[in-house]
Design a protein around this ligand. Structure first.
Ligand SMILES: Nc1nc2c(ncn2[C@@H]2O[C@H](COP(=O)(O)OP(=O)(O)OP(=O)(O)O)[C@@H](O)[C@H]2O)c(=O)[nH]1
Ligand SMILES: [Mg+2]
Length: 220
């Protein structure tokens, strides 16, 4: 199975969660608070698969106060789907998310202009151009740009086809060990023990690890 992780980013209400719902039928905003406020709060994980291809989606919140949750998701993106509403274009959290993703080293990007039904068809080309030229100021490798509306099934099907045509060679191959600490406990004689999830390059028994945050080498 060929796995590819695509994460969303973009300003609040620009249609990230609705786009994923249109692509795979998954409702990301499930908690009572999310539904009452009409915003995404927590990350959601869903997927779209065909034959031996699996596209995993991580949907992030756009609210300015929830940037921490966005960062938590962004760590594992192979590719970011930059979501920008045709009606509002570049907004503060569009910029903030692009800056964060650049800092995190995410390179591959898909630019999706959403809500195209809200603008005149004749204006769309110049909106796409304006947004694209802004995004190009960042150091992303833009795989493709597309304009969609959740009310235009054809545009969603076209996007799906493009997603499945992405080559797994665009997947980021990390050459370093990355470890998500899920649990932490202490044991007498051993000190602090952590367990978690390995991302990036695997390690072997007896390999030495340096923990950058505390500038110490691990034992064991
Ligand atoms: N007209 C129109 N409305 C849309 C489209 N896509 C999304 N919307 C509406 O825009 C609103 C916000 O959509 P969401 O998908 O929740 O936006 P979001 O980017 O996930 O928002 P946060 O996660 O809170 O940042 C909802 O009312 C959607 O129905 C579209 O293509 N056209
Ligand atoms: Mg959302």
């Amino acid at each position: 199975m060929n796995n590819y992780i695509i994460g969303t980013c973009g300003h609040i209400d620009h249609g990230k969660t609705a786009l994923i719902r249109a692509l795979n039928g998954y409702e990301g905003d499930t908690t009572k608070e999310e539904q009452q406020r009409g915003i995404t709060i927590d990350l959601s994980f869903s997927n779209l698969s065909k034959e031996n291809q699996n596209i995993a989606f991580i949907d992030v919140p756009g609210h300015e106060k929830l940037v921490k949750n966005m960062i938590a998701g962004a760590f594992s993106f192979d590719c970011v789907m930059i979501v920008v509403s045709a009606a509002e274009k570049i907004m503060p959290q569009t910029v903030e998310h692009l800056q964060i993703l650049s800092l995190l080293g995410v390179k591959n990007a898909i630019l999706t202009i959403t809500k195209k039904d809200l603008v005149e068809e004749s204006a769309l080309a110049s909106i796409i151009e304006e947004v694209e030229s802004f995004v190009k100021e960042f150091d992303f490798n833009i795989l493709f740009t597309t304009a969609v509306s959740i009310y235009d099934e054809n545009s969603i099907e076209k996007l799906k086809d493009k997603l499945f045509s992405l080559n797994a060679s665009t997947k980021v191959e990390e050459n370093f060990f990355r470890y998500y600490v899920d649990r932490i406990f202490s044991a007498q004689g051993a000190g602090t023990i952590v367990t978690g999830t390995v991302l990036g390059r695997p390690i072997k028994t007896d390999d030495k690890l340096f923990i950058c945050d505390i500038k110490k080498r691990s034992k064991g």
